[in-house]
Design a protein. Structure first.
Ligand SMILES: *Cc1c(COP(=O)(O)O)cnc(C)c1O
Length: 500
């Protein structure tokens, strides 16, 4: 230690090693025994507050070792574990263990990946990661992009590039409100809520969204999309972009991307693909047809912290013509001294997105892509899909369960009591109560979807720890708990439970 200054923040080498080794022991034990833990301890906010204690900001410091061990103990005993093999809720994956090591390493070096000069190797690693992600999902590596915090930010970043590309150049100076055009954006009713946040934040307003109905297979209805665009043009609106979803959050449906690409081309609109959840499945050769058209997208959002199993947070925006990113985000304040070299232009990531100082998110993604390779990811993603199909078929065969939908790795199903209590309202209430009971129970964690007005249980498998045995056990747990909930609920239910 060459630091002459004594200070309370430095940890000396021996102590750092000891804390680190013990922490690594705790974490590796955690990974090894995660399946024996409950998925969640289901403690209330006030119980948790009691555990951490209502203490003021400490006046004086404490020992790093004690604090670290205590933090590990707190987290290991009070968390919801999305790495548990029976966690199939929302779209939060089990995190690749190499990602934990990557984050430790990244935080130790702490490069600021806003500018090349501050992060020479980290910047190049992020650039390579982005190229590999293009290859992964089957688009040209001429796309440029940036890693961001997640799917929402990835979609926002792309949305802003689209706004730059498709609005008149005066919008940059005068703002949307003062522009002569009424801009409109198109997406199916299944589109994730990010689109609402985007139009509110970026000045178009919620009335700019044209929610296009879906067809029988729950994909965006292409003829309604086209007629709506035509009508808007006739009414002096300026259509700006179409959003296609590659794997919708509720049921995993992939829109007809080629058809959307053709319409976008015909009307000169920006074609954005929200592949936050589903895009990585494009690596599976059998699904090539499903994702056809993604290679024509002007921009794509994907989310390594979902189906690439990166720890939170990692999202990614890809843009076919990356100039639209720099046109949107680049500025050159006088206090930056970043781009000097004449012969070799260094890429500064602050010019590609909303952030200025940026962490080294790319490392965990870059390392996982190498640890698994294309074949490793193809295997895991295909297996997740197979398990989702297994869940569907077991639910379909079970006399008290009804299988509703299965796309990519999302299955929806519900509990239907044997004794013919099939009124719609009761079944919705029953399955909603059942989900609450299951989530609180800690044996399995599912979430919900509404499919054709039916309240369904929804399992999304982006979990390399889930096995066929887990799926079989989940079926048993849901049937058992469903039965219990029904016997309680049917006693008090006021409506008619006896007829369809
Ligand atoms: C998850 C998801 C998002 C939002 O991503 P975050 O990482 O949660 O911000 C957006 N769109 C789709 C289709 C998603 O699945």
């Amino acid at each position: 230690m060459h630091n002459q200054r004594t200070n309370p923040i430095e940890i000396d080498k021996e102590e750092f090693r000891q804390i680190g080794y013990r922490l690594i022991d705790d974490i590796s034990n955690f990974f090894d025994h995660i399946h024996e833990k409950p998925v969640t301890y289901n403690r209330s906010p006030s119980e948790i507050q009691k555990i951490i204690g209502d203490v003021p900001l400490p006046e004086n410091g404490s020992e790093a070792s004690t604090l670290t061990y205590k933090a590990a103990e707190l987290l290991l005993n009070n968390s919801l574990f999305n790495g548990h093999p029976k966690f199939l809720g929302y779209i939060t994956s089990s995190a690749a263990p190499i990602g934990a090591l990557a984050d430790l390493l990244a935080a130790s070096i702490n490069p600021n990946v806003g500018a090349h000069i501050l992060s020479p190797i980290a910047t190049e690693i992020e650039k390579q990661t982005i190229k590999w992600l293009c290859d992964f999902i089957g688009v040209s590596s001429d796309y440029g992009g940036i890693l961001v915090s997640g799917g929402n930010m990835a979609n926002f970043t792309a949305f802003l590039a689209a706004r730059t590309a498709k609005t008149s150049s005066s919008v940059k100076e005068n703002g949307i409100e003062n522009s002569k055009s009424k801009y409109t954006v198109y997406c199916s009713k299944t589109t994730h809520t990010w689109i609402e946040k985007a139009v509110i934040l970026f000045g178009l307003g919620t009335k700019s969204i044209r929610w296009i109905a879906t067809d029988d297979s729950n994909k965006i209805n292409i003829s309604i999309l086209e007629s709506t665009i035509k009508m808007d043009i006739d009414n002096n609106c300026t259509p700006l972009m179409v959003v296609g979803t590659a794997g919708d959050v509720s049921t995993g449906v992939v829109d007809n991307l080629s058809d959307i690409a053709a319409i976008s081309k015909k009307y000169n609109l920006w074609f954005h693909v929200d592949g936050a959840y589903g895009a990585p499945a494009a690596i599976v050769p059998e699904l090539e047809k499903l994702f056809k058209g993604i290679e024509e997208a002007d921009s794509i959002a994907l989310d390594p912290h979902k189906w690439l199993y990166s720890p939170l947070e990692a999202g990614c925006t890809l843009v076919k013509n990356p100039r639209y990113l720099t046109d949107t985000f680049s500025s050159h304040p006088e206090y930056y001294n970043f781009s000097k070299s004449e012969d070799e232009v260094a890429q500064n990531f602050y010019e590609y997105g909303l952030q200025n100082s940026r962490g080294f998110r790319a490392l965990k993604v870059w390392l996982s892509l190498q640890q698994l390779g294309r074949s490793g990811y193809e295997k895991l993603i295909s297996e997740d899909i197979q398990l989702s199909k297994l869940l569907y078929s077991l639910a379909d065969k079970h006399h008290e369960l009804e299988a509703i939908s299965q796309n990519l790795s999302i299955t929806t199903f519900r509990y239907i009591p044997k004794d013919s209590a099939r009124n719609v309202e009761y079944l919705n209430k029953l399955n909603e109560t059942l989900l609450d009971v299951l989530q609180a129970g800690g044996e399995v964690f599912l979430s919900n979807a509404i499919v054709n007005q039916q309240y369904c249980l929804r399992a999304c498998i982006v979990n390399f720890r889930t096995s066929a045995k887990d799926i079989e056990e989940i079926i048993e747990i849901v049937a058992r708990e469903g039965n219990m909930v029904h016997s309680e609920l049917s006693k008090t239910y006021k409506g008619n439970t006896s007829k369809i």
